[in-house]
Design a protein around this ligand. Structure first.
Ligand SMILES: C[S@@+](CC[C@H](N)C(=O)[O-])C[C@H]1O[C@@H](n2cnc3c(N)ncnc32)[C@H](O)[C@@H]1O
Length: 240
């Protein structure tokens, strides 16, 4: 059944917003891996108008703003949005909404960059959301994405079909609170083809190591012999 575009289903972050935000403030996967990787790919953002879609409690918005970007956040969970508001104060535009439902509440060509950090893997259908992101970006604007690395699915679900688009769920503990997250796995060729079909050019693909400080904070951290860490796949796409 294809999703009703007016009835997007959002993984319900409202029920564990505070626990998620507290845990990921300093977690290996978020604070020492996903966020540094996204910021590194973004580079110099001075003066750039950046939309953070699925901004959660706003840690990336804050870092991008501190680096001189003009930031806007959008997030479906009211509780996550309230945490972002508390973090960012009243001057940052923050809106409730997301990808896969109603159109984004922004005019065409409104942003130089968009960031979707750990968001797209919640969506079954990517084409309408990617069309919306492309619409709000200026031609040549960048979409910076972090998604579950497709190999993770096969590692956690050996019985799963790597080559298919499949829904899967897992239980996570955030600050002692248990939550079930439901994802859509896509194989690598499908991830890349989605962006190409939606009119993006792939300008960077990254499987980076964690931030160097991660080894001091997490002395038991195991990386590959070359120093990398398998968790997420990072891409920079250019709106054609
Ligand atoms: C793993 S959290 C990441 C939050 C933030 N991007 C970060 O890196 O800290 C995923 C976020 O995506 C939001 N989300 C879930 N479904 C979404 C959708 N369809 N469109 C936009 N955001 C969505 C969730 O509410 C949650 O805040």
């Amino acid at each position: 059944m294809s999703p009703d575009p007016e009835q997007a289903v959002f993984t319900d972050y409202d029920s564990f917003a505070e626990a998620y935000a507290a845990e990921t403030e300093s977690s290996l996967e978020n604070a020492y891996y996903a966020r540094p990787a996204v910021l590194n790919l973004a580079g110099d953002v001075t003066g750039r108008r950046i939309l953070d879609v699925g901004c959660g409690a706003g840690p990336l918005l804050e870092s991008l703003r501190d680096r001189g970007a003009v930031v806007t956040g959008i997030e479906p969970s009211a509780k996550m949005l309230a945490l972002a508001r508390k973090r960012l104060g009243d001057d940052t535009p923050l809106h409730q909404g997301g990808l896969g439902g109603a159109p984004l509440p922004y005019p065409d060509d409104a942003f130089d960059d968009a960031v979707a950090c750990l968001v797209l893997h919640y969506l079954q259908d990517w084409q309408a959301p990617l069309a919306e992101l492309r619409r709000v970006l200026v031609p040549g604007g960048r979409l910076i994405v972090a998604v579950n690395h497709p190999l993770i699915y096969k590692m956690l679900r050996p019985e799963g079909d790597y080559f298919a688009v499949e829904e899967w769920s897992d239980e996570f503990t955030f600050s002692g609170r248990t939550a079930v997250l439901t994802f859509w796995h896509r194989p690598l060729h499908t991830i890349l083809t989605e962006f190409l079909t939606a009119g993006f050019r792939i300008t960077a693909v990254s499987e980076p190591p964690p931030a160097p400080e991660a080894h001091d904070v997490f002395p038991d951290l195991v990386t590959s012999p070359s120093g990398s860490f398998l968790g997420f796949l990072f891409l920079v796409l250019e709106a054609a």
